[in-house]
Design a protein around this ligand. Structure first.
Ligand code: B12
Length: 599
């Protein structure tokens, strides 16, 4: 099969003219080094627009003390799109404790600075990059619509918390000189925006977007808004009301979470100073066929310019996304509010052909590093009753209506492993334990052949009260799972390593609970190598708990380790346990042989 050498999207006007372009339709600005790979949001959006005939260029990590990099391009004919990159710029630039990161996985050489790493002169990506890039674009491309998108803008579309600023901020639409904001996965919205710009029509009710409207525009867009029909509108507490009573921030976040889970078609409105920030309903998620088409676009799967060394790229270079969406609804994760709870699985043939393309790349090393997504083993799952409003398929226990298709994942692993040139096939994305306990053949196959070193599991904690606040499965399930894995290990004659991911200092936590966690992990002979301090990132329920000190269900007060010393204390405590040797006592008091944990 001959492969014609695709080329990445142009990143300079010279590269555009080299393609014979006399004009540019769309310029996409990103805070990351540019990698033409489907794991990169801006690359996917750029390729999609190009495949629809638009002339699209990418401006990666422009300087922000001058508009020169923006004006090095002609004024785009349709719009200028802005994203901070694959992560929120504050998450990329600062640790959860607000310390400046001295590495940047999404920049050349992992160097967050434009000059030598020691210079620490100018950052490659500014804080709140979306805002700065939008104002630079506005200053150069005066009449052209500015379109915000990507994880940062998406999760900061309403009043949100900024842990670097240690305070609440209004929507990025309020602060940015921009015309419209694309939230969530942006394929359908960005194509509609391009078509509307081509027709030179005003932006109105585009699914998957947010707009900032004056009172007059509000009544023009929604003549019946004043009747406050709650079936049609969800009106959130306003910026002013939240400013006067911060508890209302939790109410707003609970409403947004419920709305996202239910994939509700209500229009959301939040008053912010003199305007309304309005969220139009989200478009239906992509169909599996549309997702397949997206991943079959001719990505080079390489950085551009090619000489860049981007650490995050190394992690995902030979990884394949097989599923979108997650219905785990963990309180500290923003996926529900961004990718959504609907599970979309790609077809086997589409995944196989992507793996074949990777295996035929000249410098392929023989290893497919991941067949994944937010949660790899939600692949192939579906719902018996179609769609419910709660979409809480995994919590507090597996929903009887969740259909798990063990065979489809097993046959996918088998067929990918048979592809010429593929020596190793790993699953590195998150795996849900309660689902694996329902698929013992898949679990055994993963432990036997598809786990790079230790299997990563995400219990996050062992205290039932905290697990409830985190919306995570009960501790007994971890015991069951570890017991099952060790049983399989004996059967296949392989020492099974499990790496538990742990979150410390989550709202509701306190030192005695870390002690308990340390003891529980010891008893299970699990070494916590990966534990992170809770980071109050925008758009999660846990962040709302962090801000208000209240639990979402009862609004009762909870302890929140906010100050550095409290967070350090938790970390030191668990580190102490991880150093200690595990005591001899019986490890799995609750593990019952051959009991996969009834549902
Ligand atoms: C897979 C994944 C990973 C993978 C790969 C990440 C990657 N792609 O490079 C790995 C495991 C490496 C990873 C690591 C981390 N991750 Co991660 N990750 C994810 C996950 C589950 C999916 C990301 C993904 O592949 N998306 C696919 C791309 C195509 O989607 P996208 O970027 O959202 O782009 C779409 C839209 O945003 C929009 N769009 C994008 N750009 C633009 C531009 C314009 C103009 C427009 C209009 C639209 C638009 O359209 C795109 C296509 O639909 C997300 C959850 C999510 N996104 O919902 C978390 C997530 C991004 N990760 C997160 C975090 C915190 C991390 C880590 C920091 C964790 C840690 N402590 O180490 C690390 C940091 C990365 C690193 N390399 O060091 C957080 C980020 C929180 C935040 N607010 O920034 C998320 C949101 C999960 C969460 N906890 O809430 N991650």
């Amino acid at each position: 099969m001959t492969i014609c050498k695709p080329s990445a999207l142009p990143t300079s006007w010279e590269e555009c003219t080299a393609r014979g372009w006399a004009q540019l339709d769309i310029l996409l600005v990103t805070g990351d080094g540019y990698v033409d790979h489907p794991s990169y949001g801006v690359a996917l959006i750029g390729r999609l627009l190009l495949s629809h005939g638009y002339r699209v260029a990418i401006l990666p990590q422009p300087r922000f003390d001058t508009s020169a990099d923006f004006s090095s391009f002609p004024v785009p004919r349709l719009f200028c799109g802005i994203t901070a990159g694959n992560l929120d710029s504050i998450v990329a630039n600062y640790s959860g404790n607000g310390k400046v990161r001295d590495t940047d996985a999404y920049s050349h050489d992992g160097n967050p600075w434009r000059g030598a790493i020691q210079s620490k002169t100018e950052r490659r990506r500014p804080d709140r990059a979306t805002l700065l890039y939008a104002s630079l674009a506005r200053s150069v491309f005066r009449e052209v619509p500015i379109v915000l998108g990507g994880i940062e803008a998406s999760l900061r579309r309403f009043v949100h918390y900024d842990y670097k600023q240690e305070g609440l901020r209004s929507s990025f639409l309020t602060d940015a000189k921009a015309d419209i904001l694309v939230y969530g996965m942006g394929e359908k919205a960005v194509l509609e925006i391009a078509a509307v710009c081509r027709r030179k029509s005003p932006f109105s009710n585009i699914a998957g977007t947010c707009q900032r409207l004056t009172d007059r525009e509000m009544s023009a867009h929604f003549p019946d808004f004043e009747q406050k029909n709650t079936k049609k509108y969800l009106v959130l507490p306003s910026w002013e009301e939240i400013g006067n009573k911060s508890d209302l921030f939790l109410d707003a976040e609970i409403d947004l979470d419920r709305h996202a889970r239910a994939c509700s078609l209500r229009i959301i409105a939040q008053r912010q100073q003199t305007h309304w920030v309005v969220q139009h309903p989200s478009p239906p998620p992509l169909t599996p066929e549309e997702l397949d088409a997206l991943y079959s676009l001719p990505f080079t799967r390489r950085p551009h310019p090619p000489e860049q060394e981007i650490p995050a790229y190394r992690m995902i270079r030979d990884s394949v996304t097989i599923v979108r969406g997650c219905s785990g609804n963990c309180s500290f994760c923003a996926i529900t509010r961004h990718q959504g709870p609907a599970i979309i699985s790609r077809s086997k043939n589409s995944i196989l052909s992507e793996c074949q393309r990777i295996a035929q790349m000249p410098d392929f090393g023989g290893t497919i590093s991941d067949l994944g997504g937010p949660t790899a083993n939600l692949y192939g799952t579906s719902c018996n009753i179609g769609l419910c409003k709660k979409r809480d398929c995994l919590y507090p226990k597996l929903c009887p209506n969740l259909r798990i298709d063990e065979d489809s994942f097993l046959s996918l692993l088998k067929e990918v492993s048979k592809i010429d040139g593929i020596k190793h096939l790993f699953i590195s994305s998150g795996l849900r334990m309660e689902l694996l306990l329902q698929t013992p053949r898949l679990l055994e196959t993963l432990l036997r052949s598809h786990t790079p070193g230790a299997m990563k599991i995400a219990p996050e904690h062992s205290d039932e009260g905290l697990l409830n606040l985190m919306h995570k499965e009960p501790h007994a399930l971890l015991e069951n799972f570890v017991g099952k894995c060790r049983e399989i290990g004996k059967k296949i004659g392989k020492k099974i390593e499990l790496t538990p991911y742990i979150i410390l200092s989550h709202p509701g936590s306190m030192p005695k609970l870390v002690e308990k966690l340390g003891k529980d992990l010891q008893r299970l002979a699990l070494k916590a190598r990966k534990f992170q301090d809770f980071t109050p990132t925008p758009g999660t329920l846990s962040t709302a708990m962090f801000v208000t000190g209240l639990r979402p269900d009862t609004k009762q007060a909870i302890t929140v380790p906010r100050c550095h010393s409290d967070r350090q204390k938790e970390r030191r405590l668990l580190e102490k346990y991880c150093q200690r040797k595990a005591p001899g006592k019986k490890a799995f008091p609750n593990f019952k042989k051959n009991d996969p944990g009834k549902r």
